[in-house]
Design a protein around this ligand. Sequence first.
Ligand code: GLV
Ligand code: MN
Ligand code: MN
Length: 400
Amino acid sequence: MIDRGRLERRIGELARIGGSGTSVSRLGLSAEEQQARDLIGGWLAARGAVVRRDAAANLFGRTGGVGAAVLVGSHADSVPDGGRFDGALGVLCAVEAVEALLDAKMSLRRPIEVVAWADEEGARFGVGLFGSAAVFGRLPAGIADRRDRAGVSIADALRAFGERGDPALARRGAKEFASYLELHIEQGPRLEKAGIALGVVDAIVGIYHARVTIRGQADHAGATVMTARADALAAASEIVLAVERLARSRPDAVGTVGEIAVRPGAKNVVPGECVFSLDLRTSRDLDPFIHDVLAAVERVAHERHVQASIDELAHVPVTTLDPKIREVLRRAAKTVGVDAPEMTSGAGHDAQNPALAGVPTGMLFVRSTGGSHKPSELASLDDAALGAEALAVALRELVS
Ligand code: GLV
Ligand code: MN
Ligand code: MN
């Protein structure tokens, strides 16, 4: 049995790191994220786990038997002005589930490793699923040199923790792991609408992230006639609308431009350069969707006589989760009294990296309300406790 009071207390403790009210800003590879690792590592060490941080700043706490480990956890970072549960609840429930097995003096034939992944959100350096990509050999090339807005590189940020600055050193073989489990809040309204506390993820959408730079010609906003302009923002605006149109034309797709910057950025200067993000997702046929969007970028650039360049940040295929682990999770949910439906995740998750590396992987969703990536994001204590209990049941089956 999990300890509901302990879980409740720890939800509050973790949320205070980088927190203000119900808002949490605990960016990947920041001092706050490290503080979160210290807190989580302390809980695990107190139960006799061997705790370590790897070269990509992931935290592992290992306990139990020998052989390939069951890996369980989620991420410790948040988006800026995010909520208390995205990622955090998965780590908290993993710790709680392991403690429940230890409290029950369960013999753990296999090792269990609790993991708190570093920089899942990619809010600071632009590349998400960072820590899990490092461990499973899926980091984009040259990533350590990427810089945040203040000019600090990923390598610098890792060195500030005392690491060597090369996240690729965190790589481990998929064979080290018997399975990977991740509990996460749903971040959408489906479980709430269905009146069900838990769901089992069957697949995770494919995700393409990129930064597009449009170079036009900066010029005087009064003296430059409309026919003599190469306005980078006007071109970007057409592309933003094309992304929306192309995503709407596909039943399973979403497309978002969530960041945009204009240079030089003055009201009386024709925009000379515009940099914006692309977030494209679909549960099927990701590549044709990317192709259509990139073709639109090229077409608009050609028609408007501007230059467009694309910096690809992530290209994660649609990821199907392991049918046997899904069954284990469905049974575990049933044990705690929930008939958990299978559902596809529209959010990206660290679980994609072990799954794509061949580790049998499953995800349990906990009903959440109030949206996500914002302070109103909420999982009730009842649902969180039910999720932790189901996770403990699944872990017990996988380690014994
Ligand atoms: C992770 O939160 C994502 O962007 O899906
Ligand atoms: Mn998130
Ligand atoms: Mn998350």
